[in-house]
Design a protein around this ligand. Structure first.
Ligand SMILES: Cc1cc2nc3c(=O)[nH]c(=O)nc-3n(C[C@H](O)[C@H](O)[C@H](O)COP(=O)(O)OP(=O)(O)OC[C@H]3O[C@@H](n4cnc5c(N)ncnc54)[C@H](O)[C@@H]3O)c2cc1C
Length: 109
């Protein structure tokens, strides 16, 4: 059996594992990314052409992460040499009596 040694091993090349491996590699760290299927396969959560990323979270813990996340998207676009993020409008709904929209507004403020 072949043996491969690496100081950093990431198991799973979905969005999370691929991002972890990318950031390790970007820091100059050797990294082995192990995936059981072909890259871009349709059997994980990361399958598909698009995801929403937004500042408008009701949970302030997520909202606080977003400035850094948007910076990271711009860095990734610069590294990739292509546009990956398409800015659109968004609307948040909540039923009467729910404070969801107010919490989203507070996050945006
Ligand atoms: C329909 C849908 C819509 C979504 N919309 C949004 C959205 O708009 N915005 C947002 O932020 N998030 C959204 N999400 C959530 C987001 O897509 C997931 O949180 C994210 O893709 C999870 O990535 P992951 O790498 O953790 O998991 P996965 O993409 O599932 O990757 C795990 C990988 O590990 C591999 N693996 C597992 N075990 C092994 C093993 N033993 N050996 C080798 N490889 C292994 C799998 O094959 C897989 O490729 C959505 C999710 C879904 C399903």
């Amino acid at each position: 059996m072949e043996t491969i040694e690496a100081p950093n091993v990431v198991v799973g090349a979905g969005a999370m594992g691929a991002a972890a491996a990318y950031h390790l590699a970007r820091r100059g760290e050797p990294v082995l990314l192990v995936e059981q299927f072909a890259i871009g396969h349709d059997r994980g959560s990361s399958h598909g052409a698009a995801r929403i990323t937004r500042h408008s979270y009701a949970d302030p813990r997520y909202a606080r992460l977003m400035p850094a996340a948007f910076r990271a998207w711009r860095e990734l676009e610069a590294d990739a040499g292509e546009s990956l993020y398409m800015r659109t409008g968004g609307v948040s709904f909540s039923p009467p009596g729910s404070d969801y929209a107010a919490r989203v507004a507070a996050s945006l403020a």
